[in-house]
Ligand binder design. Structure first.
Ligand SMILES: *Cc1c(COP(=O)(O)O)cnc(C)c1O
Length: 396
């Protein structure tokens, strides 16, 4: 048996399920927000097909549930980074096309074909391997592939220099059909950059080159969320990820009120103490109270994906108001200064991400806000919420 004929077993780390939830720390995903964000993106997409990007477990929201919701709402396809992620979606009953965009690890060609997953290819050896497997009867041809060209990111994709030769070779392989041509924007989120226009021009050159070589992909696609929102490169299909979750792809601007952050992360207060002025809080005593204070301990720490870099930075919501994080974030717990928030008790809800309405008001913590505090991007904040935190799905 060759590697491609072997049954492929997929490693799937188990995530905490709602039924396992004893601790009150959980991520709530608003499925209505996902549908609303999809509708908004459709309006921006100008008739292009929408292929939702659900890599990294649907940006931490739980890919199977997100996929089922979006499929029912009429999404045209899904993109994942890994073959394993595609398997998870097919096992969840997803029927629309699944494009496997990420690195290429071989050995799974047959499995991919059987499960109706479409590989992205970026060198000739990959295409030739598919053709060989069709000729030897392991998989049925023609195999659909999407060809990726590198138009300025220097990550994955055939370079413009290699392209003519690859097109000549592919045109002769009747076992493989190039259904799609794609590229990826490096800087569409940087509003002042002209890189995106340059990348689009190169993409058009690549498309023309294919056409002259007798290869006519039916689906050309380049736009991520930032591209869609700027309406650049909305060709036959678009590939939004982050905006579907209601989070802006732009580092310093909002994507606007028409998007709703789908994820809300909440926990509870598990202890409260009154401390005098001059008391040091948490590991290393990195915070010292300057006045008599009320300190609340909450049941979420860095092992849950709360960045440790939030130590002495940022806020959580208690009774509808912001309470500053004090001291070092520990593995399972974090401390808040709730001195100015009256009548706080054990078991009060604490919101780490998303909105809270309480007796003291209403406030909201965005993934972008947390990202700014710790010097990263909202994508990393979302995908870091760990598998110890069960995901609960809500209809609004
Ligand atoms: C992640 C990714 C996307 C989606 O990007 P967002 O900024 O989340 O919209 C699209 N295409 C490729 C190739 C990607 O890797």
């Amino acid at each position: 048996m060759t590697v491609s004929e072997r049954e492929v077993r997929v490693l799937r780390p188990r995530r905490a399920a709602p039924a396992d939830a004893v601790r009150p720390t959980r991520a709530e995903v608003n499925l209505g927000a996902l549908r609303a964000n999809l509708r908004t993106l459709r309006r921006y997409a100008d008739g292009a097909a929408v292929w939702a990007v659900l890599k990294a477990d649907g940006y931490g929201h739980g890919a199977p549930a997100v996929a089922r919701t979006l499929e029912r709402a009429g999404v045209n396809g899904f993109c994942v980074a890994l073959f394993e992620e595609g398997v998870e979606l097919r096992d969840a009953g997803i029927r629309v096309p699944i494009l496997v965009m990420g690195g290429y690890y071989g050995g799974v060609h047959r499995e991919m074909a059987l499960r109706g997953m479409v590989p992205v290819v970026y060198d000739l050896a990959q295409v030739e391997e598919f053709a060989r497997l069709v000729r030897s009867g392991v998989i049925e041809g023609p195999v659909r592939v999407h060809l990726k060209v590198d138009t300025g990111m220097a990550r994955l994709g055939v370079t413009m220099r290699e392209l003519p030769q690859i097109v000549t070779s592919i045109a002769q392989l009747k076992e493989v059909r190039v259904e799609g041509l794609m590229s990826h924007f490096a800087s569409a989120d940087l509003l002042e950059s002209t890189d995106t226009e340059r990348q689009l021009a190169l993409f058009e050159e690549a498309r023309a080159l294919l056409r002259r070589g007798g290869v006519e992909p039916a689906l050309c696609h380049v736009a991520n969320s930032a591209g869609v929102l700027r309406k650049v490169g909305t060709l036959d299909a678009v590939r939004p990820g982050i905006a579907l979750f209601g989070v802006s792809p732009f580092a310093h601007t909002d994507s606007g009120p028409q998007f709703q952050q789908a994820m809300r992360v909440r926990t509870e207060i598990i202890a409260i103490r009154d401390v005098p002025a001059g008391e040091r809080i948490g590991y290393g005593g990195s915070y010292t109270t300057t006045a008599p204070s009320v300190i609340a301990t909450v049941a979420m720490g860095y092992a849950d994906g709360l960045p440790r870099a939030l130590s002495n930075r940022g806020h959580m919501l208690v009774r509808g108001r912001r309470a500053p994080i004090v001291g070092a974030v520990s593995m399972d717990m974090t401390m808040l200064d709730v001195t100015t928030i009256g009548r706080v008790s054990v078991r009060d809800e604490v919101v780490v991400l998303g909105a809270q309405e309480g007796p003291q008001g209403r406030d909201f913590i965005s993934a972008a806000e947390v990202a700014a505090h710790v010097g990263t991007i909202a994508y990393e904040v979302l995908t870091s919420i760990s598998r110890r935190v069960p995901r609960f799905y809500r209809e609004p």
